[in-house]
Design a protein. Sequence first.
Lengths: 366, 269
Amino acid sequence: MATIQFDHATRHYPGAPRPSVDELNLDITDGEFLVLVGPSGCGKSTSLRMLAGLEEVDGGTIRIGEKDVTHLPPKERDIAMVFQNYALYPHMSVADNMGFALKIAGMNKADIRRRVEDAAKILDLTEYLDPKPKALSGGQRQRVAMGRAIVRNPRAFLMDEPLSNLDAKLRVQTRTQIAALQRRLGVTTVYVTHDQVEAMTMGDRVAVLKAGLLQQVDSPRNLYDQPANVFVAGFIGSPAMNIIEARLTEDGAVVGGHPVPIERGARGALGEEGAATATVGFRPESVELVGEGEGIPMEVVVVEELGSDAFAYGNLHVDGAAQTADSMVIARVDARRPPAKGDLVHLRIRAGEEHVFSPTTGERLH
Amino acid sequence: MLAVLCLLWVFPTVGLLVSSFRSQDAINSSGWWTVFASPLDFSQWTLENYGEVLFGRGMANAFVNSFVVAVPATVIPILIATFAAYAFTFMRFPGRDTLFILVVALLVVPIQVALVPLLQFYGDVGLNGSFAAVWLAHAGFGMPLAIFILRTYMQTLPKSIIESAAVDGASHFTTFWRLIVPMSVPALAAFAIFQFLWVWNDLLVALLFIGAGANEVVTVNLAGLVGSQGQGWHLLTAAGFISMIVPLLVFISLQRYFVRGLTAGAVKG
């Protein structure tokens, strides 16, 4: 169990136009479950591998506990890693797979056996200790990979998209199991995923990365309520937040021909920038349907009914005509009485639930 | 259709097999297919030919010698080449790629080119006529192919397994011995079969570096028999089959290694 620190950690592949990981600063407390999330190519796996020692560090330092591990080989870092494709040793039995690291460390057979059996019990693998990995299902192999990490009692668990290869239902199931396991064992865990739902449900804190740069690191709740910039706002939350460029007038930002009031602090910041537009964001669940003239007009194109919720997708009306944008506006509507396709509805953003970002930098203003 | 072709192909070999069990007079007087007229007449079969060839003409001794030559000549290059292939695949050192190209380029060198220099060299160090001479020669000539096959195979092993072992604390040697070698068994077996068959069937190298005599191998013995026997079909067919039996058995028992994959179940996809 240990703290982990990335201090201006940088990885720049020779010949690449920009660093894959650009001066990452991250402080992870002991026992925390930190999720690294972001789109493909954002540097999350590279950061994890730098922590593991499988990737060189070109700048900055990485510390585990108080020890500077930046240039140490993996085996001296006392960490355990779970890979996306399990990486089990095919010619060994499950028990041998799990005990491999301990055997190398010179532990005696009885102790190894005991630890393997304890881990197997936690993971429900006790009947599967003798066969080889090829006899197991995907979910079971994943659990063996986790068991291999658990028996080592390391200072940190590193997990690289371990659920990506499981089917949707198994993924949901295993997600909660991993979170519960980590809570029980209390080991510092760094978890990489591209799935923001996994990030939000599993992490104590979530670090959002894009193009090698850290966008925001915060609790899931704060990331959701107070995204630091447009990218985080659009990435976290499903369905995604509606993000619209709105012209500024005295009444506020004009969205779909209807003015949305902007709070004073944001207004001031926009004024300082000399901006004529503002980037306004609102989540699908932040709107209510109101009467004509009272809200932003939207022509409904598609209604998705999910049983517990319904989402209406549509195009905003500007000057009486529907304006097709690259992505449609999404509003959550009453699941029992959703609007029909072709209806014109009017949306009002609840007070305080709008997000305003600078049109130039994308940073949050309110 | 294929069955017919196979039968046609096997036909001459069957003829030889039958002839090896017939006495000299029988062979000289009638064709081998006549045995099928009275298959249950056991007096027409004889084991004398085999007895004569094995013990009278020294083939039993040559048989053992062939093993003494072939086994180390297979094992030595495998041992060395496996270490080399591991280094070429998983370790980084200056000049690695150049060295690999050089080694593989040696595949182009025909064995005949090196024979005279080798003979001179062996004469200088006093190795001529000994088994060590042949072991070294075959190991040397088999090395480029071995390194090439093994390294190409090792490159296909999933990297994440190696990384997982590194995280688990394995040194290069542990990774090599406990992971790579067991996972490379198909490639090792494939090369072992090639090399063993090549060495067993080889006449040129054996003749040159060992020659005839107490240390001679099966191929040399057979060649000598052909030279001296000429019309002695009863002996030649028997000798032929004795020399054939080992490669046949080796191939039949190990051929599954040509196709089997060993990494099934290790990684996803």
